[in-house]
Design a binder for this molecule. Sequence first.
Ligand SMILES: Cc1cc2nc3c(=O)[nH]c(=O)nc-3n(C[C@H](O)[C@H](O)[C@H](O)COP(=O)(O)OP(=O)(O)OC[C@H]3O[C@@H](n4cnc5c(N)ncnc54)[C@H](O)[C@@H]3O)c2cc1C
Length: 375
Amino acid sequence: MDFQISSEEQDIQRRARAFARSAVAPYAGRWEQQEHFPAETLQAYAREGLVGLTVSKACGGPGATTVAYALSIMELAQACSATAVTVAVSSMVAEVLSRFATPEQQARYLLPILSGGFVAGSFALSEPGAGSDAASLRTQMQIDGECGIINGEKTWISSGTHAGVFVVWVRDNGEGSRGISTVLVQPDDVGFSIGRKEDKMGLRASSTVSLHFGDCSIPVEARRLSEKGGGFRIAMTALDGGRIGVSSQAWGIAKGAMEDLREGLRQQGRSLLGEERAQIAQMESELLAARALILRAAWLKDQRKPFSAQAAMAKAFATESANRICQQAVTLLGEEGCTQLHSLERRLRDCKVTTIYEGTSEVQRIVIARSLMRA
Ligand SMILES: Cc1cc2nc3c(=O)[nH]c(=O)nc-3n(C[C@H](O)[C@H](O)[C@H](O)COP(=O)(O)OP(=O)(O)OC[C@H]3O[C@@H](n4cnc5c(N)ncnc54)[C@H](O)[C@@H]3O)c2cc1C
């Protein structure tokens, strides 16, 4: 058993940390208060070669490991989890394009995500009434000559206001999961528009919007990402990997909360009660356990071994423990923890949603139980 992180992985972690500490952390509080989506910073992060880390060199990416990717998101989320989720979703879109897009599609949509030519990429699966049960989605695509005509609505789509490309799941092949295909939509496509911006409790420097397709017309052969009916598999494959990103994001938030707590207690200069010491020991142990689960899932993915259940375990445990850690850190700092004196109250608000998106904790437990029953 080797717990060593390779020198390449350490180098990527160092680069992400340096960027996060100098170009993100000092501004994260202001971005959140002003609900500022940090487009230029995101493009600068991409120019550092840190978006789409796992995209192979053959597809124009850095060809780094998932372990390196997880470490980089952990660093970014300690500074600003809104920035981390935007990068994580763009990286997930990049990985989908690297695996399923044609060379022409990759040149047009993947390379700009990797280079910062696009601010972000969006992953448009969820719909009103089709969140956990994505297979029930209703956005339709009908074929008219060489065009795909899309009608419907997507909801809760991260980075929708700034994305250069949208990976969209549509129904074009009947009912159920086999009736779903994946296509690429551009922001300037006729009949496509951005709808309501969500007023969220946290991650206020990320954008989350609905998307409207009203007879949206796309050149269907150039934009298909899957064969007809093959889209659901792409979504589930992407979400397995995406859950490592969300776990890493939650871990970074919790790690940041522990740092805030340490600093706050130092400033208060008070000595801890025995019970408080026990709580801190528990929080630190959960942090370490979460990290081990995340890196194990990442390592399995890198080894091309089955990792779906491990990613689900990492997500359920890391996101729930991060919420406990943030909650407890606020409690331990007393009233100060509830103010903007530290970043704790922001971290507590940002953390909640990590137990919801890319599959709620309940859904993760279904994935884990299913895999156990199959074994
Ligand atoms: C900030 C934010 C960003 C997001 N970004 C994106 C994005 O970029 N792209 C995208 O496609 N989606 C995105 N989403 C949507 C997200 O993935 C969904 O919210 C999530 O999948 C849950 O779906 P839902 O909200 O419809 O909840 P529901 O599916 O309606 O679930 C409601 C509750 O019921 C529980 N539940 C549902 N089914 C079961 C079951 N079978 N057994 C037990 N319990 C169950 C759930 O765990 C949950 O507690 C985002 C959401 C948020 C909040």
